[in-house]
Design a binder for this molecule. Structure first.
Ligand code: TXD
Length: 311
């Protein structure tokens, strides 16, 4: 009899709560929703328990303020940390969120040593690097969610421009989760036709600029938080690829082993195969000279933050 998966959501805020909802609706396993705010995760868990019958979802969800309750989780998704406020850069969050992620990493190391860890907390690449350093888990088991979201944003705006289904657009956005992210036109297509054969550069450039700033655009509109529906959905795609060994090819913040000429050890958005062993492979695709240069620049921006982490 196969046992049900256990999914630990660390951080029960906007993204954490949405993750819990999606885990239930997609019947991914039993959920533990952890936060330091007293009783809040318990309240969200109870609310979701009341949702279950409406959609016929037989999943258990436990809200808790005790990190020990994540014990035995197959996967931990980490959203603990502060979101941006209007005018803030993701890097402005470094010091505060580094301290939070360090504490959380120690808890995961102690209570869920065999789990895959998907980090969402910003600044994403640096926080994922920190998670791997503090847990000491194999790099293949620690990755960050940003590339799936950035790629989805690119796909959404390209589909709008082309007036086609989002299902017809395949894209890749690599690099750091920030202004230096790299939309990879040579691997972005509409049913196999490269996007730069369908959209003129003077239209493509503003779309890519908008994708780079999509997080900030949502923050400016919400005023009291950042995007949460699409980040949560993006992380669920990664959770499913791991739990069900789907071996999806997707962009994720992973530890470089020198691919693309990057320094070993840096965490950056790269194309990977995600399966039951975590990062099964980092896929090396032929980037143009400009794309390679942009990726190297993005890596340097991430590396500049790492000394601030104190790990
Ligand atoms: O693509 C991406 N990776 C980004 C990530 C997309 C959007 C948002 N991005 C970042 O995710 C955002 O900048 C934040 O750093 C995280 C979480 O965003 P969210 O919108 O969920 O923030 P909330 O609603 O403030 O939730 C954060 C929760 C909150 O309930 C805190 O009480 C909790 O984190 N928190 C903790 N939980 C556990 N343990 C500790 N130590 C802790 N500290 C705070």
């Amino acid at each position: 009899m196969a046992s049900r998966n256990k999914i630990a959501l660390i951080g029960a805020g906007q993204i954490g709560g949405t993750l819990a909802l999606l885990c239930g609706l997609r019947n991914l396993g039993d959920v533990v929703l952890f936060d330091i705010v007293q009783d809040m995760p318990q309240g969200k868990a109870l609310d979701l328990t009341h949702l279950a019958p409406v959609f016929g979802c037989d999943f258990s969800i436990k809200g808790t303020n005790n990190i020990a309750d994540i014990a035995g989780a197959n996967v931990c998704v980490v959203t603990s940390g502060l979101p941006r406020k209007p005018g803030m850069s993701r890097d402005d969050l470094v010091k505060t969120n580094a301290a939070i992620v360090k504490t959380v990493a120690e808890g995961i190391k102690q209570h869920a040593p065999g789990a895959l860890v998907i980090v969402i907390t910003n600044p994403l690449d640096a926080m994922t690097y920190m998670m791997q350093k503090v847990t000491g888990f194999p790099a293949r088991m620690v990755l960050g969610m940003a590339g799936v979201l950035d790629t989805a944003r690119y796909q959404a705006h390209l589909a709008e421009e082309l007036k086609v289904s989002v299902k017809s657009v395949s894209a890749f956005v690599l690099g750091g989760h920030g202004d230096s992210m790299v939309p990879v036109r040579s691997f972005t297509t509409c049913n196999g036709v490269p996007v730069d054969k369908l959209i003129a550069p003077e239209k493509l450039e503003p779309i890519e600029k908008r994708v780079r700033n999509s997080g900030g655009e949502v923050v400016a509109l919400l005023k009291t938080g950042s995007a949460f529906y699409s980040p949560a959905a993006s992380a669920i795609q990664m959770v499913e690829s791991y739990l069900f060994d789907q071996r999806r090819v997707l962009a994720a913040a992973v530890q470089s082993n020198g691919e693309y000429g990057l320094n070993k050890g840096v965490y950056l958005g790269l194309p990977i195969i995600l399966g039951k062993n975590g990062v099964e492979k980092i896929v090396e695709i032929d980037l143009s000279a400009a794309e390679k240069e942009a990726l190297a620049k993005s890596a340097k921006e991430v590396e500049a933050i790492l000394p601030l982490l104190g790990v």
